[in-house]
Design a protein around this ligand. Sequence first.
Ligand code: ATP
Ligand code: ZN
Ligand code: MG
Length: 537
Amino acid sequence: MWVSMRFTGVIEIIFNKMLTDDIKKEIENLIKYLNSDYLKRGTKDPKEAAHINSYVFRESGIILEMETGSKVRIDEATLRVKNILTTSLGSKYKIGVRRVVLHKPTIILDNRISISLKIPLIKSIVNDGEHSIIELIELDENDLKKPLFLRLLRLIEDKEQRAKWGGKSEHWILIKKSDRKIMKAYVEDPNDVLERIGWMKRMSIGQWLYTPPLTHMLNALKRLFIDEVIKPLGFEEATFPKMYPLEVGLKTGHLKGVINSMIFASLPRSYDISEFEELIDLMYVLNEVPPEELQKYLRTPSYFLCFAQCEPFYWFFENEILDDNSLPVKWYDYSGPSYRWESGGIHGIERVIEFHRIEVVWLGKPDDVIKIRNNLLERYEYFMDKVLDIEWRMAWVTPWFYEQSGTFQELKENIIEVNRPGTIDFEAWLPYRGEREDNKNWIEMGNISIHGTKFTEAFRIKHNRGETLWTGCSGFGSERWFIVLLAQKGFNIDNWPKKYIEYVKTTPFPKSLNTVTYPKTKDNRELLAKVIDLFKW
Ligand code: ATP
Ligand code: ZN
Ligand code: MG
């Protein structure tokens, strides 16, 4: 069991008449019924249900002390009490409920969690070392039914869940792996070589310029992937924006889940250049851009830069009603870069702030979405094994937020059911990092996901006959695949997969830049000469 969440509160029910002894007797019987039956419905575990611990009568009301688990929560229990009293007393005694108030609604959690006190509804939070005790403001019947309250509970559940996962963001289960293919490992870091020979130059942290030879090789790989994997399955190219309004990130969940790795964009405060005069004067004289000054001329951020690359797909179909004629929808986009703040994790072009990816997206009925995923999976395997001939493995990864939505299954007898929402990662060994036995020497180069209704619900994407719609997506990070290829095969094109060479050779190989000052050192220029030699054909 993952939740240990208890609720307490004091329910005050005010009637529109004084309570006679008869009515009080009747109420006492109803409380017995509530405790033994009605408040226990909905769960087998009585601890997870609700219980009235004590009560006192007032002239025209009653005050009940309630304690509940998480299956029949205090909000639901309060409404049940009110409903029973209304229906059972109303006709018989001509008495009605005028008002219901929940005093001191309190949530008691096993864990220490912290929650923002800025959230409306929260009155206080006390952590006593073992528990977190969250007291809410007084709630009336309407408050209990409001989305604000339900979303607060959802937030608390998510925090509990995340705490249980102990900081891990996903579970990892191996599905399949290739044969051992690398007998004599090439141990150089291809990132170093590419930088030394000047095929790429770092512009700023995690951001590179790829000169024509490197661009040529990356493009050949992308074309190969498109021709071998995506096109045969009937996907068609679309062009997605690369800067998204914040609301889109709220709906996809990215703003709530990975805001620490997102990059934001701001518009200027004014379009009138004269309003920038002071700043411009300053830049003239100082010959620098003081960032704190610049900030004064910018609006607060209103966009985030392309993070997952499939966001625009869900946005596009928001509130649309689809029919069988238009389904399934199968698109891909590689019209621009993705951006991720990776903090200290940056390395070469494997983990960058600005990277390039072919994002494959699809939308359809569950069976079709699964079938498309499986077809893609088959093509990916063929691509890794037969086309690129690399050493790979794939794993089922479950992010923590899937488990609590009930879609997570324990591994049974080493068989996992993959025809359901979830993610499969493709990974490859990077020999330059070290032994293949150590997981940290592997890199994720791509993945493929079925989201179930996660996005069709959030964006209210509907079918005209009410059938369920699912989505799926898959990301091919071209830098990652390229580095994997080089890391496993080295720079000697004799070792490269035939199909890839074919694609590299379809157009003349661009000239490497070799100037007075670039590449920098004599060593590097000699290395470049060697590489150029390898690429003569
Ligand atoms: P990792 O665990 O390596 O950070 P991730 O789980 O963040 O990967 P996803 O969010 O699944 O990666 O992104 C999909 C694909 O995008 C990855 O498989 C990879 O090909 C590519 N990708 C992600 N982040 C980067 C990055 N910082 N630099 C280059 N490519 C990236
Ligand atoms: Zn995606
Ligand atoms: Mg990452």
